[in-house]
Design a protein around this ligand. Sequence first.
Ligand code: ZN
Length: 312
Amino acid sequence: MRIKILGSAAGGGFPQWNCNCRNCSGFRRGNFQGAARTQTQIAFTVDEKFWFLVHASLDLRAQILNTPELSPPISEPTGSPIGGVFLPSADVDAVAGLLHLREFQPFFIFATSSLQRILKKENRIFHVLDRAEPPVEWQTLAARGRLGCHFSQNPGEAPAFVCGTFPLGDTYPDYVSQEMVRTLIPDEANIGFSFEHGNKKVVIVPSLSGHNPEWTKQVVGADIVLIDGTFWCDDELRRTGRSEKTAREIGHLPLSGTNGLLEQFPRNSHGRRILVHINNTNPILDQGSSEHRAVLDAGYEIAYDGMELELR
Ligand SMILES: [Zn+2]
């Protein structure tokens, strides 16, 4: 399995257009030790032919153009190696990029039934995806489940990879009406993924609220874990003047502090741990910061745009 991190920042990217925090202003002045980042977008392949996306970021068009593997096959007048998109939640960060994929291209969208209802019933703009012939095909994921993904029509053949799902939290984005939320399944609000191919397993959790501890079982035994590195501390948005809300209040377990991610991450997990979805305010983006050093010393890697991972 080969994984490419096309984008590694949280919503807004880094630097963020309207933010003058220490990171963003330092970057603009040219005295920041660290790279710009687009919004979190992950792509993987198990056969070097078909690629699957996790998230559909607002930067998706540029991210695809920057990734030669995702160009249309040379032999075809039209088409894409992108076979499908896995959506973890209905967050704007995670779904808005579907609109970049509206150019009459059939592909699969994997999402929980609650998420599908949000996108199809309340946000009819996503119906532009149905103009493809054949239209995009929605595949329903359970909050807890295992789905074998087949590339061939032959029912006797083993799946190319298996997608496992597990619930991460019960909060729907605030743009979803309360009336709609009352009809949705709480566990389907935000799910994590495990992708298994051969005897290798990658776990992807771009947004971790900490409201549900099931993720801790999933990361044990994974060869690679891509996990929520949005905020360093719980009051980061207040400290940087961005918002009065805490990291936890907006659905992200901070990295540091009591019961933060670094403290909660299971000690018996031995795979690579890579932080994704990093907010522009997060001091770990600054390679000269003590926080950057602290996450590296704790055994984590910090994802960057263009990072490639290989599992053999
Ligand atoms: Zn900023």
